[in-house]
Design a protein around this ligand. Structure first.
Ligand code: FE2
Length: 250
């Protein structure tokens, strides 16, 4: 979707200077993908793996965001929009509501392949964007942005942030009786992904009350995550959360 309607987020939108990436950076991308894909082919949600093909991600070259957005546009209207860095919440919500996903363009260095404190293009594109090709997930994400953009109360926003965290960032789904990962923080982190797959983390069936009551911790591997049985469940949870937010019962 076009960025023309964005006002709060406008100052953060940049152009991705694709030609400026070095061969070393493309090689780092290739290594990150080569390390992650074999385990994801076994443990990622089917919808994520399909999305990877749909958006035309390349295994050996950094993603060109306009090419990816051109593949997404006819399917879900989402765009992977380059931004200068971390966005304040109102700008982030405004972008989601307009089906623009804030996407960083920098890539971690070879020295920090495992971990970056701030999201980079590997987390943002490899981790997030394939799911934006899934119609129900795409609708949910826009709805999330619209609802959050209309709320000023910090306590309510924190609770809604938990819904985002335990789905978009660290979501698990049950497929054919097995836990599969779809959250970007699981997809883009070997340690977090294996923590789920090897049973280091309790997985409860997704329950909105429990999700909203579970504080986000960022300084340790997760001890508790939540598994949906389909993405319809995420979509419906967002509608229920909106209903509660509007009635003051969230
Ligand atoms: Fe993320």
């Amino acid at each position: 979707m076009s960025t023309a309607t964005l006002s709060i987020a406008a100052p953060y939108i940049i152009r991705q200077d694709y030609e400026a990436y070095t061969e070393e950076q493309h090689a780092v991308w290739a290594e990150l993908v080569a390390r992650a894909l074999p385990e994801l082919e076994m443990h990622a949600a089917r919808e994520y793996l399909e999305g990877f093909e749909i958006i035309g991600l390349k295994k050996d070259r950094l993603p060109n965001l306009s090419a990816i957005s051109a593949r997404l546009a006819p399917r879900t209207g989402w765009s992977s929009t380059p931004v200068s860095g971390f966005l304040p919440a109102p700008a982030f919500f405004e972008m989601l509501a307009a089906r623009n996903f804030q996407t960083t363009t920098w890539l971690r260095s070879r020295e920090s392949l495992e971990y970056t404190p701030e999201p980079d293009i590997f987390h943002d594109v490899f981790g997030h964007v394939p799911m934006h090709s899934h119609k129900v997930f795409a609708d949910f994400l826009e709805h999330y942005g619209r609802v959050c953009a209309s709320i000023a109360d910090a306590t309510i926003l924190e609770k809604l942030g938990r819904l985002f965290w335990y789905t978009v960032e660290f979501g698990v789904i049950v497929e054919r009786g097995e836990f599969k990962v779809y959250g970007s923080g699981l997809i883009s982190s070997h340690g977090e992904c294996m923590n789920v797959i090897e049973g280091g983390c309790e997985i409860h069936p997704f329950d909105l009350d429990e999700v909203l009551a579970t504080k986000v911790k960022v300084d340790e591997l997760h001890k508790l995550l939540f598994a949906v049985s389909s993405f319809d469940e995420v979509y419906e949870a967002m509608h229920e959360a909106e209903r509660r937010a509007l009635s003051g019962s969230l």
